[in-house]
Design a protein around this ligand. Structure first.
Ligand code: HEM
Length: 537
């Protein structure tokens, strides 16, 4: 061992770490990169965020703007707004770093969301990874808070409008709404404290929580080992992939610079959040066509969707359902469903076993269809967040757009569910056909006369397994059997009628692995005369 390494080993036990940790195998699949993109975007956020803290002044005190931007000079603005303009126009490289930071935030939330969807659709949340899924749900929530709190800091007209929206959500909470508003804003909206409070949340509280959660998250990924897609040589008991050191570290390091480089390119070429065009926040103003950052669009859309004026007076308080339900209620519902999903699915399917092999989404058609239905519902809310832009761009009535989406928010998920499930089942059937009859496109083989011929390729048992791997629930209806003496016994392998029905619903009725005899028969069929190889010229 080199001298420096020995020195470290004697003090921090490097050799042990090297053996156990550095040779750890990580499987390869493009979808496993999504979590990494989230991680790298977070690192970029930390680096660029530190730069911004040097010049940003988190104060709502009013000053006269005296910077370089001519059109704003002499106007009374908050220190926060003025310092954002200073970073953009007077600090060298400031605008570039501001833009990289904002793009990184958008990418971060997008990558976290895509990563969560990959974990959902492949069933990676199943036992023993439920706790890591819960940590993930915590990360999703804190990522949204991180993004929103940062977006609000420049104290411009757009972000102030976003804060007004959140103020409405807080006040809509039954009974404690008004107190909660006073607690958060230090008085009535907007008050004079909010920016400095949000600053603390944005640069200290939330990053610290995210860092803690990411550490626990990755520690659990190492502890459980990563899941892998089914394939040749891959079982529930092994991991097939590359060692962390040197292969994976080199790949991951390179990938970090690709993500960083892409973000720098975006920051350098694509304008984002030009606050000098919006102007400073003024509670009496709001611009037409104001849009939140993408990850808040669905809440904005839900609020625009619900018919206004729905409120009741009860117990001396006003219950503003029209704001509470689409705002706080919907967010609470989403996070509750996300947090409970692994447990609900395990209960419904009666599945108590561990899973280290991933599901191909088609092989869990009901889960996949429910996921796509959820995305369709989210998508409808999200589109409605831009109902005014759609109306003006397509020259249609705003009311027509809103009413259409009110219907679609219920109808689209149903259609999405049915269509997705059908597609999954037919893909399963296509897989089965392929297992039975080989690949249609065939492979080129040399024929005895010296030419080339196309032959149907019967596929190997391993490939067949990879293609058809799906949860194998026997459709047992009875969980008890009777022996010759009439004694009823519980069959340890049987599942209850309800569970069997749910399992079949989850996995699909007409899908199963072909038997060895069927595969044998199919190979025989492929080799017979009626399937003569086509002669190629
Ligand atoms: C800051 C946000 C997050 C970061 C940086 C992060 C990072 C990662 C990384 C690097 C991996 C290993 C590679 C991969 O499978 O993609 C991973 C795995 C995992 N993540 Fe995340 N993640 C985040 C959020 C989430 C969320 C929101 C969820 C779900 C609600 C989640 C659930 C999981 C699970 C269950 C695994 C294990 C997957 C497996 O072994 O196949 N993560 N995460």
């Amino acid at each position: 061992m080199p001298r420096g390494t020995t020195w470290l080993d004697e003090r921090v036990g490097l050799a042990k770490l090297g053996k156990a940790g550095l040779r750890k195998v990580f499987p390869d699949h493009w979808s496993f990169l999504l979590g990494e993109v989230a991680l790298y975007a977070f690192v970029v956020l930390l680096i660029t965020g530190i730069f911004l803290t040097i010049w940003f002044r988190p104060s709502m005190a009013e000053i006269e703007y005296a910077g370089t931007y001519e059109l704003m000079r002499g106007r009374h603005v908050s220190e926060a707004f003025a310092s954002t303009l200073d970073i953009s126009f007077d600090v060298r490289g400031g605008l570039l770093v501001r833009q990289i930071h904002h793009w990184a935030a958008l990418l971060f939330v997008a990558a976290v969301t895509a990563h969560m969807l990959r974990v959902f659709f492949t069933g990676a949340f199943r036992k023993p990874r439920e706790v890591n899924w819960l940590i993930g749900v915590g990360l999703m929530a804190t990522s949204l808070i991180a993004g929103f709190s940062g977006y609000s800091l420049p104290d411009d007209l757009l972000s102030g409008t976003g804060l007004r929206f959140v103020d409405g959500l807080i006040r809509s909470i039954p009974v404690i709404g008004t107190w909660a508003e006073f607690f958060v804003f230090g008085g009535q909206f907007p008050g004079e404290l909010l920016i400095s409070r949000l600053y603390m949340v944005h640069i200290l509280l939330v990053p610290a929580i995210i860092l803690g959660l990411i550490s626990a998250h990755l520690a659990l990924v190492v502890y459980h080992k990563h899941t892998q897609f089914p394939g040749p040589g891959r079982t529930e008991g092994n991991v097939v992939g590359y060692p962390l050191f040197p292969v994976y570290m080199a790949k991951a390091g390179g990938f970090f610079f690709i993500v960083f480089g892409a973000l720098i390119l975006m920051g350098a070429t694509l304008s984002i959040n030009q606050v000098w065009l919006y102007g400073p926040y003024n509670p009496a103003q709001v611009t037409a066509g104001s849009q939140p950052d993408w990850y808040m669009g669905w809440l904005e859309g839900a609020l625009r969707l619900i018919p206004p004026g729905w409120e009741s007076h009860w117990g001396g308080t006003t219950w503003t359902w029209a704001v509470f339900l689409p705002g706080v209620g919907l967010m609470g519902l989403l996070f509750t469903v996300l947090a409970l999903w692994p447990f609900v699915e395990a209960k419904l399917t009666g599945d108590t076993s561990e899973h280290h092999l991933l599901d191909r989404p088609r092989n869990a058609p009901t889960r996949t269809a429910l996921g796509v239905a959820g995305m369709a519902c989210y998508g409808m809310f999200w589109i409605n967040g831009a109902n005014d832009i759609i109306a003006t761009q397509f020259n249609v009535s705003l009311n027509a757009v809103t009413v259409a989406i009110r219907v679609l928010v219920f109808v689209a998920p149903v259609i999405a569910f049915i269509v997705t499930r059908r597609i999954c089942l037919s893909l399963q059937r296509a897989d089965r056909e392929r297992v039975l009859h080989g690949s249609e496109s065939g492979i080129l083989v040399r024929d005895p006369e010296g030419g080339y011929a196309e032959a149907h390729a019967p596929i190997s048992q391993e490939e067949a397994f990879a293609l058809t791997q799906h949860k194998q629930y026997e459709p047992l209806e009875a969980s008890e059997t009777e022996d010759e003496q009439g004694v009823r016994r519980r069959d340890p392998n049987a599942v209850s009628g309800f569970t069997a029905r749910m399992s079949r619903w989850f996995v699909g009725d007409d899908v199963r692995k072909p038997t060895a005899a069927e595969i044998e028969e199919a190979h025989h069929h492929d080799a017979s005369d009626d399937d003569k190889p086509r002669q190629l010229v």
